[in-house]
Write a protein that binds this ligand. Structure first.
Ligand SMILES: Cc1cc2nc3c(=O)[nH]c(=O)nc-3n(C[C@H](O)[C@H](O)[C@H](O)COP(=O)(O)OP(=O)(O)OC[C@H]3O[C@@H](n4cnc5c(N)ncnc54)[C@H](O)[C@@H]3O)c2cc1C
Length: 398
């Protein structure tokens, strides 16, 4: 569907679709099998000026919109979800938070790293603080003119390949008073005390490492702290506002994978013959195709709408949450149905369907689970504290 896209956006979409169908698709199975980060594809994206597109021109980027980035991510993910995720994290998430709230020095450094091919890592989740991210225990203690960071994060995408890290920690003043949650910039192999200690063995999306990271007396200057406009007290809320761009990006990867799987199923349904006719002559499969296309059209409308809501700022929290919940759940169903069209062949590692089914499963979990995002939607609709949040919980509740 191309409704509402400008001529430039249609051109961009066509250019990226060509790249995706060529070298990116050609390497996707190998990226999955080898579990190696696709540095070749990073070079392709860099040459095609698809990394850091959303970075403003004064920092070397192109000042492209979220929707432009979404079109790129969607097309790449149909061929290789790992490459789609690289496009997310070089245009959204940590880089977008730094470009929005960082100092001049931070913006220049982050932009130049991303444009040179670095995919930043965003470090929020901890073993005891997942959905309840505000319960994090990683701490940054002010000591003289330094911050000393100690803690432990897990499931950090890109840990071990990313150099630029945006690390969320509770900030304490010299007297030990908590000041709020802040985001600190650190660079792997330059900032002492940042250690990658484990790679998670994942079900899918195997070309990007998910890592455990330890911070042991990691010593950074105050200039490493990204201070959002409302200061540290509201810092977490502002940083999470930037994260709405990443949520739209994650939804887009799921959408792209599902569109890729759907296209394969549609084509196969004409080629494969049983009972003397193409299998798409059977109404059971025709209705399945119809349902798949309806889910994809609805998901795409939600994703594009959420991306458009962020023009000049960040995508709207409610629209981003609605788009991610619906798209991630629908994409799992569409890929599963597409695999079914191939019968036994769909279950083989010689075709991409089983990889797509493993890859797409992630998107109801990472970047806010479907349950927690339903809480976000309900909270926005009801405008009240929800009992299922830290603020709404009362031990004495009868
Ligand atoms: C592939 C992958 C990549 C990731 N990348 C990153 C990254 O780069 N950086 C990062 O910081 N994190 C990352 N994460 C972590 C991700 O954000 C967390 O996994 C997610 O927030 C959920 O936390 P959890 O896994 O601890 O689950 P838990 O919080 O333990 O949740 C367990 C279950 O309880 C449900 N639940 C919890 N609270 C509620 C509630 N209030 N109401 C209803 N249901 C609830 C959840 O939905 C879930 O089903 C990644 C995860 C994956 C799988």
């Amino acid at each position: 569907m191309t409704t509402g896209l400008s001529p430039d956006q249609l051109k961009l979409q066509a250019r990226v679709r060509e790249l995706a169908a060529g070298p990116v698709a050609g390497r996707a199975a190998e990226v999955d099998r080898s579990e190696q980060y696709p540095w070749d594809n990073v070079e392709l994206l860099k040459d095609a000026k698809l990394l850091g597109m959303t970075i403003p021109p004064q920092y070397g980027g192109q000042g492209k919109t979220w929707l432009d980035a979404v079109l790129v991510i969607e097309a790449l993910s149909a061929a290789c979800s790992v490459t789609g995720r690289i496009a997310v994290e070089t245009n959204m998430g940590a880089i977008s938070a730094i470009m929005a709230y960082g100092s001049e020095e931070q913006k220049k450094m982050a932009a130049s790293m991303v444009l040179a091919g670095d995919k930043p890592a965003i470090c929020i989740t901890e073993p005891e603080a997942g959905s309840d991210a505000g319960g994090m225990t990683t701490r940054a203690d002010k000591k003289g003119n330094r911050y000393v960071i100690n803690g432990h994060k897990h499931w950090i995408t890109g840990g071990g390949v990313s150099r630029l890290h945006l690390i969320f920690a509770k900030v304490y003043d010299e007297q030990g008073n908590e000041e709020g949650i802040g985001g600190f910039i650190a660079i792997r192999d330059e900032t002492k005390g940042l250690k990658i200690t484990k790679r998670e063995p994942t079900m899918g999306l195997r070309g990007i490492p998910e890592a455990v990271i330890d911070f042991e007396d990691m010593d950074v200057p105050p200039s490493a702290l990204v201070i959002p406009p409302r200061g540290l007290k509201k810092g977490f809320a502002d940083l999470m506002n930037a994260y709405n761009s990443q949520r739209v990006g994650a939804a887009t990867v799921a959408l792209g994978i599902a569109e890729g799987a759907y296209d394969l199923a549609l084509k196969w349904s004409e080629e494969r013959q049983q009972f003397g006719r193409p299998i798409n002559e059977f109404q059971g499969l025709q209705w399945k195709l119809a349902d798949m296309s309806i889910k994809l059209a609805a998901a795409q409308a939600l994703v594009y709408g959420a991306a458009r809501s962020g023009e000049g700022g960040f995508p709207d929290m409610l629209l981003a949450a609605q788009a991610k919940v619906f798209t991630s759940e629908s994409a799992i169903q569409v890929v599963n149905d597409a695999l079914q069209f191939f019968g036994a062949r769909g279950y083989s590692r010689e075709l991409p369907l089983e990889r797509m089914a493993r890859d797409v499963r992630m998107f109801t979990i990472g970047g806010g689970t479907a349950e927690v995002l339903r809480n976000v939607v309900a909270g926005a609709l009801l405008k009240k504290k929800l009992p299922q949040t830290r603020d709404g919980w009362s031990k004495g509740r009868s």
